[in-house]
Design a binder for this molecule. Structure first.
Ligand code: S3P
Length: 172
């Protein structure tokens, strides 16, 4: 653990499967601060799982809820915030994160993402076709947005704590 105060929330962004939630928890432990997962907060607010929100109300509704939840978390929270992979692509959400937080893009190669996302069946966007093709396209489309984050780290192979340590070094 390190005894250093961070004055702005650290906001983890990047594609599905890069490990934002796991890395975020480890980073918060290292920093001895709070951790919150925006996707989980959206599920609590909507009283539905993310696949249900997409199925019942559609993606546009989800993005709007996502923006509102992240705005609230940025106000109320000074620790580590993990976001869903599309949050930082939304212009308003990205502007809020860059203004009030420190955006950290966790980057990763697509093959690793395919492997990691195949373990969990909770991503509606990956149901629309071949996951590798979808992740490749999303990375291409989203890279210019993710690249606007103040900090970029490559996801480490092996335990996620290694990526958390890299972030810690990068924000120093
Ligand atoms: C999404 C990523 C998901 C979740 C939703 C949409 C995206 O979060 O917010 O399924 O657009 O990339 P994770 O990145 O935590 O999987």
């Amino acid at each position: 653990q390190v005894s250093r105060r961070i004055d702005r929330p650290i906001v983890l962004v990047g594609l599905m499967g890069v490990g934002k939630s796991t890395v975020g928890r480890k980073l918060a432990t290292l920093l001895n601060c709070d951790f919150v997962d925006a996707d989980e907060e959206i599920e609590v607010a909507a009283q539905r799982s993310i696949p249900e929100i997409f199925a019942d109300f559609g993606e546009a509704y989800f993005r709007d809820g996502e923006r509102r939840v992240i705005a609230r978390l940025l106000d109320a929270h000074s620790g580590v915030i993990a976001t869903g992979g599309g949050a930082f692509v939304n212009d308003e959400t990205r502007a809020l994160i860059l203004e009030r937080g420190i955006g950290v893009w966790i980057d990763c190669d697509v093959d690793t993402l395919v492997e990691r996302t195949s373990r969990k069946d909770n991503r509606p966007l990956l149901k629309q076709g071949d996951p590798k093709q979808i992740l490749t396209r999303l990375l291409e489309e989203r890279r210019p947005y993710y690249a606007q984050a103040q900090i970029r780290v490559m996801s480490e192979d092996g335990p996620h704590i290694n990526t958390a340590i890299k972030i810690l070094e990068a924000i120093d």
